[in-house]
Design a binder for this molecule. Structure first.
Ligand code: DAH
Length: 361
């Protein structure tokens, strides 16, 4: 049998391998040469039919050619792989210096923004954030806070109770305020205590200013010497920092809460002239939070001696003060997940109001 010239085959196979412009093309060249039905494979199979001498020289030449083709394949494979990688690197390159497109970026929800602002202001006064569970028991949500059995918060129509009844006849509740975290903290930690508690709360209410789920922030200071003067200074500073008005009028109006004595409500100055609401100067007042000196009974319920320790607490609705600061008219829209609303009232992540940059806009 006439033996085909290897030079010719070598030229052709190497041309195919080196000429491949894609990994797929290279694979075709490989199969064409070394695959089960490839040219070189065919020639190697033919060796069996040759005379011993011929087989030896021809075999050596074919194996050398096979090595050569394999080396060329490896080289071409590396080259094409590099090309693919480079193409991907240029195509998928992320320009981290590109400014964020404010028109398409997500927004920070006014509730998150307001919590951040409140935490920043009280954080600067040395308060630390504490948290508690949304599902509370009767003791933490009511009893330990000196809330009497006839209090409206305990009634079925005001509070979400869970179905299961405990051995003592009580049922768990979705916490109606953040105040139970006062109890949890005082039971867990010895004074001095200085906490701020932002979180979700639940009441069965639903209208333009009430939602069944809303947010509050609670504050609590317990030590040996904190008195009503500190309460007033702290909350006046907070109101002025939060609304970004150094001369914002703030007044304390006597009130009642079961867990504080004395208790007060805090009002800020505003004007309702012309039907609108303007915070700051004016003849009117607007209630924004409740506060008071922690009731001795509450301290005792938490194993803290009221003859040694005292302090103050306060609580406010986050949506409410967000609505006031940012002019949002309806509470229910906070939870509609309407993107148009969020684009309008939300905050651009890189451009939020801060203590340093100015909280009021
Ligand atoms: N827990 C009260 C509420 O939900 C708010 C409150 C008032 C909290 C006075 C306090 C406080 O800590 O001292 O209406």
């Amino acid at each position: 049998m006439a033996m085909e010239s290897l030079d010719h085959i070598r030229d052709e196979l190497l041309r195919l391998v080196k000429g491949a412009t894609s990994l797929d093309g290279l694979e075709q060249a490989r199969v064409g040469a070394l695959g089960r039905k490839g040219r070189l494979t065919g020639l190697l199979k033919e060796l069996g039919g040759l005379a011993a001498d011929d087989r030896k020289t021809r075999g050596a030449a074919l194996n050398q050619l096979k090595d050569e083709i394999e080396a060329a394949l490896a080289e071409a494979h590396a080259r094409l792989n590099d090309q693919v990688l480079n193409a991907r690197l240029t195509q998928e390159r992320v320009d981290v210096t590109l400014p964020v497109d404010a028109a398409t970026a997500g927004r920070i929800h006014p509730v998150s923004q307001t919590i951040d602002e409140i935490v920043a202001i009280f954080g600067a006064m040395g308060f630390v954030v504490a948290e508690g569970p949304h599902i509370e028991d009767d003791f933490h949500n009511f009893t330990a806070l000196n809330i009497p059995p006839e209090h409206p918060a305990r009634q079925e129509q005001d509070t979400f109770y869970l179905a299961a009844t405990a051995a003592d006849g009580s049922r768990k509740v979705l916490r109606t305020h953040t105040s139970p975290v006062q109890i949890r903290t005082m039971l867990r930690q010895k004074p001095p205590i200085r906490i701020i508690v932002p979180g979700r709360t639940f009441r069965s209410d639903h209208d333009a200013t009430h939602s069944p789920m809303f947010h509050q922030v609670e504050g609590l200071i317990i030590d040996r010497a904190t008195h009503m003067g500190h309460l007033k200074g702290c909350l006046i500073d907070f109101c002025r920092a939060y609304f970004g008005m150094a001369d914002l009028p703030v007044r304390f109006r006597p009130s009642y809460f079961p867990f504080t004595e004395p208790s007060a409500e805090v009002d800020i100055g505003c004007s309702r002239e012309g039907g609108g609401l303007k915070i700051g100067a004016g003849a009117d007042w607007l209630e924004i939070l409740g506060c008071g000196m922690v009731h001795p009974k509450v301290l005792r319920n938490c194993n803290i001696d009221p003859d040694t320790y005292q302090g103050f607490a306060f609580g406010m609705g986050i949506e409410r003060i967000a609505m006031l600061k940012y002019g949002i008219p309806d509470l229910r829209t906070f939870y509609d997940s309407d993107l148009r609303w969020l684009r309008h009232y939300g905050f651009v992540p890189l451009d939020v109001p801060t203590l340093a940059g100015g909280l009021a806009r």
